[in-house]
Design a protein around this ligand. Structure first.
Ligand code: AMP
Length: 128
């Protein structure tokens, strides 16, 4: 079920529980700003999620409320993860779903990193 991407943060969302260590994840990176782990339902040979430590519902929420240091720390972490996964040379795609039209399902901001094969068109083909 898509979520709105705005409104109050639910501290029991699945990524909040992963951050607290209450449920397991296949971690690939962690620092003071971000945690990265493999997506449970990969859509590409490499499909990793990077989430900020700050409890934010969505990209819109994070962009509006996070401190500059958090935004910088998070963006750098995304770059480090992609580099450490060996994706820089062949290339990779970043995706952040925000709200219902994007199909966001987990109400904790996350960036998807896809790679490991040519990724095709930017969006699924369909009516514009
Ligand atoms: P989005 O639709 O952008 O909100 O993406 C949510 C992503 O979280 C999906 O790709 C799911 O497969 C992934 N996901 C959901 N639960 C877990 C979990 N426990 N561990 C890892 N990935 C998950």
């Amino acid at each position: 079920m898509p979520v709105k991407g705005l409104g109050p943060y639910d501290a029991n969302n699945i990524f909040a529980r992963i951050l607290r260590g209450e449920i397991p994840s296949r971690k690939v990176f962690e620092n003071e700003w971000a945690l990265a782990f493999h997506d449970i339902n990969p859509q590409a040979p490499v499909h990793v999620l990077v989430i900020p430590k700050r409890p934010c519902v969505s990209f819109a929420d994070f962009a509006a409320v996070a401190e500059e240091a958090e935004i910088a720390g998070f963006m750098r972490a995304v770059g480090v993860v992609a580099r450490e996964l060996g994706l820089e040379e062949p290339g990779y795609r970043l995706l952040a779903n925000m709200g219902e039209h994007a199909g966001q399902e987990v109400a904790h901001f996350h960036v998807h990193i896809f790679g490991g094969r040519p990724l095709g068109p930017m969006l699924a083909r369909g009516t514009t």
